[in-house]
Design a protein around this ligand. Sequence first.
Ligand SMILES: *Cc1c(COP(=O)(O)O)cnc(C)c1O
Length: 446
Amino acid sequence: MPTSFSVPQERKLVTELPGPKSRELHARRRAAVSRGAGTLADIYMDHGSGAILVDVDGNQIIDLGCGIGVTTIGHANAEVAAAAAEQANKLTHTLFTVTPYENYVRVAEKLAEITPGDFEKHSILVNSGAEAVENAVKIARRYTGRRAIAALDHAFHGRTNLTMAMTYRPWPERAGMGPFPGEIFSVPTSYPFRDPEGMTGVEAAERTIDYIRTHIGATELAALFVEPIQGDGGIVIPAEGYFETLADFCRENGIVFVADEIQAGIARSGAWYSIEHTGAIPDLVTTAKGIAGGFPLAAVTGRAEIMDAVQPGGIGGTFGGNPVSTAAALKVFEIIERDGLIAEAQRVERAFQARIGDWASKYSVVGEVRGRGAMFGAEIVLPGTTKPNPEGLRAIIDHAAANGVIVLDAGSWDSVLRFLPSVVISEELIDDAATVIEQKLAELSA
Ligand SMILES: *Cc1c(COP(=O)(O)O)cnc(C)c1O
């Protein structure tokens, strides 16, 4: 079990939420920050440790979001902070493509070791998840000489122009912000809760493949992007056999199979990468979010012959893989291995199953609870139906936040309650947070 925590791992409220200092900051923020950067809860944070955030008013809040799956190893890890500080005092920037440095190479070596696939792998490091996805598109197009790109329904791949086009839902990510690039296609996925009863993973894959053949053409497609567990899409876990069938189809047709592991990767799902829960081997993998304990870093890793198809200078960027972020990432990798955090994610999965696994049978407003590792979702429905209930979800999130529990929303209909806690979260905190949420579930189910 991991290290000690600088903040006691318990919820403790000393003011109402948001408290007076948060409200004061919020007024200043409204005068200076674009409304386009919306917030889930207007509680301003000061520091944190493990699974607890402490706000500017001194409230200790249970964080079941991790800033959308970033602080997987816990908030403000002291060893990561020390590694970053040490590097910041030594060298902060040279630009790897001008004069290189070892940290970048070491991160690429580690990624080659931990990403699935028994073949030579090369990486490029960039700043954000969207930038990683953009680069994967560029690399796949360059390698195949094809242009079309497919992403799954309910996918989230980012907020840049290209990745917006690959992101499924129009609101709020895309609305009013086109034109979007062409040759981007959204194809059906496997969503067991919403698919026809009994549809298997292989059948769902055949539906995806048929759509590709009839709308795009298999020989036109450069790459198929999948999130093995969809994050923003609502913790959607396709039926067994889905990804294996798609990977076979991609191999047979010269299509680059890309696993976007930006949210589910780096120990979160109870494996280094969530595609490992299937038998599919991706050609390229994108990594970001949890990789560097909160420092901006992202990567594309994959088959050497694909990654090397790009001409020198064809990919890169000023800050990509900067010395401080890579120093943080190397420490994150070390901690995950030393402290057994993949097993900790599996422990969190068991704790969630045990504590909230029966919500669908207890609360008529819950349609299904599902998840892997420290990645869970609950479908919030109109009682007794499978119809999405976004108002219900909003009420749950607001109730939780007002009581010191941060939970996330997700899903194409804004109706999936999403949990992405740190893998170091205790059973006691899971129980306490669940009790808070259940107050609202009971009310909405009555
Ligand atoms: C968050 C996310 C992205 C985008 O990452 P940013 O760092 O926000 O650009 C892309 N894909 C998935 C699956 C994500 O969860």
